[in-house]
Design a protein. Structure first.
Length: 85
């Protein structure tokens, strides 16, 4: 799990759940690409392109890498501390 960087699970990319069932829910990659990168992907009426999705996800990671990796380091350290008990 510690090698995975998923835009749907990175809390700063999530939104508050309007139903209240969960604290946060993932934003769509289409929305993240537009809001964070100014990229338009997955246009309505146009066939979905997995390459565009992959590029957008990678660009999101690269732009936010420093904070993302700090968050992952914290989670890994917490996991190690919990599993030692």
């Amino acid at each position: 799990w510690y090698f995975t960087r998923d835009t749907a699970k990175y809390e700063p990319f999530m939104k508050v759940d309007p139903t209240g069932e969960k604290d946060f829910i993932p934003k769509k990659l289409k929305v993240l690409a537009k809001d964070k990168l100014g990229l338009v992907i997955q246009e309505d009426g146009v066939p979905h392109c997995p390459l565009e999705d992959a590029v957008a996800a990678l660009e999101l990671y690269k732009k936010h890498r420093t904070k993302w990796e700090k968050a992952m380091s914290y989670k890994m350290e917490r996991t190690k501390a919990i599993t030692k008990c």
